[in-house]
Design a protein around this ligand. Structure first.
Ligand code: NOJ
Length: 710
């Protein structure tokens, strides 16, 4: 349709149809035996056929054949407006990839893009049009269960992944039959919820918001994402869902976003609990005025907005504008001409879990794993006698949270995989954590693989925790095994950075495997036996104690820093019972080979506006295996008008190196890399000294410096 036709359509729509257009219905409401099970005012909803036909968007999924029927029903409404079907396709549709936090440890946005492309193809053929992804919230606190959905603690890397994910989902454009419209979330700063407690409040300076938290959303918007989801939290004391500064001044005016804004689940109703609206009508009005187009699951647009508009006709153009944005997206996706465009059950059947998709899932799982410790025990030799134990050893579900359409049975279990990788396996008969039996088996074997961590059910939404340590049963087992001198490989399956400080000294190797997805079993066995090499590096700091949280590498300088050479000083910023440093820092990860860094070189000692600086460092593979090393470059502005972080990642690259081979990693620093947001909300560079650092992680760094002069 051309714009004139869309305008005519809008003119033809009744107020009821408009209010239904900005409303979202759950897919289950289309099922014959549907029983409403909603929270908030949606409990009151009376689902009749008119609403089924006119609802603008639908959340959830049914079988592809059902989705076809459903769309035909929606497009048979008075104005034949098709519905938009939305789902949380977070790390795969049916072929499940590692959780985003794991995938991020590949430091490979191209791979992230490929996984999103595959997810889009499978989902679109199955009748889905839009995904509530990527979640690009920056997280500094693993108590928050949703850290598994994020790509970690770094703004630069998060922005790279955000871009790649949006491009992956949307492919050559949302008009294509195999694309999903991408909805970036949770705008903004949901990752900063205090104490890592889900649905909690946030508070931060505008400088922090601009310099650290907004970059990844901006990157997603610049990459063309068609939707933005508001966050549950407040931003500068105003809930994001009715925050005009955020949704209008920043998102629409400054960033030029012309797509659709949707609330998070019931967050419009939560404006009442937040104490910024007296009732549903006021909540709806505030959200509309701020720029929200779709109400997810509160019902206030549908139930209360009409009355509000009758009382205040100046709201009508805002409703019309919201409806138009939704119609435009549907039009861009070609749904008016062909409501069932892209939905193809037969194609879905062929695509889902096809060889290519599985191969990518396996590759992604390999690349997501991070080797945190290895005292010459890994890789295991073929035929090695292995005892398998631990609370996670028998867990069939290693897909990770937010994988509604995934099925753990699509892949082989960890035990089957270890068997097929050539292990001579010793499996406890009674219980995977029975100390006596496990120790007896361990005595007969060369190594024990202790699969531990946290079950899938303890991660993702509404799963904040205060204790991030391993389960008591795993720790008890570990102590017993250590006591009898058995070699132990700790296989950590988790959706967050756990506290491994009790366990670390008791084992010989630690492999952080996250939740690897459909190919979990095979991927873990490949890495343990060396058919694939762990090459990932952490994108989140691992605390020694929960009490250190929030913990992140790019912290502000303090007036009393603790200096490494003066650890005994008392009146400096430190703990009396724990080091300041993490157990494993951001960027850290070992491999089965080793690398030596040398010759950090800058192309100049002084740079001027618009000039670039070339930074290089030599990396040599000093081990006996070929490998891929992720080389990192950080910058620091040591003195300026506002306090700046101790270091900030500003570049990274991967080098493939054969044994003995040496290559140069090259980074180009531009003015953009030196910029920051000042307190007048201006992004600029300040002349003066800058420190450049390069190395294998955020702590082991070579340093040099240059001057930026105007
Ligand atoms: C609530 C979650 O916060 C959000 O991330 C998700 O997309 C919606 N529910 C829809 O499932």
């Amino acid at each position: 349709m051309i714009q004139r036709e869309l305008d005519e359509l809008l003119n033809r729509m009744t107020q009821e149809e408009k209010l239904a257009q900005v409303f979202q219905l759950a897919a289950c409401c289309y099922e014959d035996d549907f029983e409403p099970d909603f929270t908030g005012p949606m409990r009151e909803i009376e689902v009749n056929d008119t609403l089924r036909k006119t609802a603008g968007t639908v959340i959830g999924a049914l079988e592809p054949e059902e989705m076809l029927k459903l769309q035909k029903l929606c497009a048979s409404g008075p104005n034949r407006i098709p519905a938009l079907f939305m789902l949380d396709v977070i790390h795969g549709f049916r072929t499940i990839f590692p959780i985003p936090l794991g995938l991020a440890c590949s430091w490979d946005p191209e791979l992230m893009g490929r996984t999103c492309r595959i997810a889009a193809k499978e989902a679109r053929a199955s009748g889905i049009h839009a995904t509530f992804a990527p979640m690009v919230d920056l997280v500094r606190d693993s108590r928050w269960g949703r850290v598994m959905e994020s790509t970690g603690e770094d703004p630069y890397l998060n922005a790279e992944f955000a871009k790649a994910a949006v491009k992956g989902f949307q492919g050559r454009g949302v008009g294509e039959k195999d694309s999903l419209a991408s909805c970036v979330k949770h705008f903004a700063a949901y990752g900063a919820v205090e104490s890592g407690r889900e649905y909690n409040t946030t508070d931060m300076s505008r400088g922090m918001l601009r310099d650290v938290y907004l970059d990844s959303y901006r990157a997603a918007v610049d990459a063309g994402c068609r939707l933005v989801m508001t966050a549950f939290n407040i931003v500068e004391r105003v809930p994001a869902t009715c925050n005009k500064w955020l949704l209008d001044t920043v998102l629409r005016k400054e960033w030029g976003f012309d797509g659709v804004v949707i609330t998070d689940w019931n967050s419009m109703n939560e404006l009442i609990a937040h104490s910024v609206a007296e009732d549903g009508g006021e909540a709806a009005q505030k959200a509309l005025e701020a720029g929200v187009d779709i109400d997810m699951m509160s019902g206030h647009y549908l139930f209360d907005l009409g009355r509000r508009i009758e009382e205040n006709s100046s709201l009508q153009p805002l409703l019309d504008q919201a409806v138009m944005r939704i119609l435009k997206l549907k039009n861009e996706m070609g749904l008016f001409e062909e409501p069932t465009r892209g939905t193809d059950p037969e194609l879905a059947g062929r695509l889902i879990l096809c060889e290519e998709h599985r191969a990518t899932a396996l590759e992604a799982a390999h690349k997501s794993m991070v080797l945190l410790k290895n005292e010459k025990v890994l890789p295991l030799k073929a035929g090695c006698k292995v005892t398998i134990a631990g609370t996670m050893a028998g867990q069939r579900n290693l897909l990770g949270g937010w994988s509604f359409m995934g099925n753990p049975e699509d892949g082989i279990s960890l035990i089957e995989a270890l068997g097929s990788a050539g292990a001579d396996l010793f499996i406890p008969e009674s219980d995977f954590t029975d100390i006596e039996e496990v120790c007896r088996l361990a005595e007969k074997s060369e190594v024990t693989v202790l699969a531990c961590g946290e079950p899938v059910e303890e991660t993702a939404e509404a799963n904040s925790k205060t204790c991030l340590r391993l389960k008591d049963r795993d720790l008890a087992l570990l102590r017993a095994l250590k006591k009898q001198g058995s070699k132990v490989v700790l296989l950590v399956l988790a959706g967050r950075a756990l506290v491994l400080s009790d366990a670390e000294p008791l084992c010989d190797a630690v492999l952080q495997a996250w939740f690897p997805g459909t190919e979990a079993g095979r991927a873990i066995a490949d890495v343990l036996f060396g058919a694939a090499q762990p090459e990932g590096k952490l994108t989140i700091s691992f605390p020694r104690e929960e009490g250190q949280l929030p913990l992140y590498y790019n912290s502000f300088r303090t007036g009393r820093p603790q200096l490494p050479e003066k650890k005994e000083e008392i009146y400096v910023s430190h703990y009396i019972d724990c080091p300041n440093e993490p157990l494993y820092p951001f960027g850290f990860g070992l491999s089965y080979t080793s690398y030596a860094y040398s010759d950090l070189k800058l192309s100049a000692k002084k740079v001027h506006p618009e000039e670039t600086l070339r930074v290089s460092v030599k990396v040599k593979n000093t081990g006996e295996r070929a490998g891929r090393e992720i080389v990192q470059m950080y910058l620091c502005d040591p003195c300026g008008s506002v306090v700046r972080p101790v270091k900030q990642l500003r570049g990274y690259t991967s080098l493939e190196l054969c044994p003995g081979e040496e290559k140069e990693a090259v980074f180009i620093i531009t003015e953009e890399d030196l910029m920051f947001w000042d307190n007048e909300e201006c992004r600029r560079v300040e002349p003066g000294r800058f420190i450049v650092m390069a190395g294998p992680d955020s702590e082991r760094l070579m340093k040099d410096e240059f001057v930026y002069a105007v």
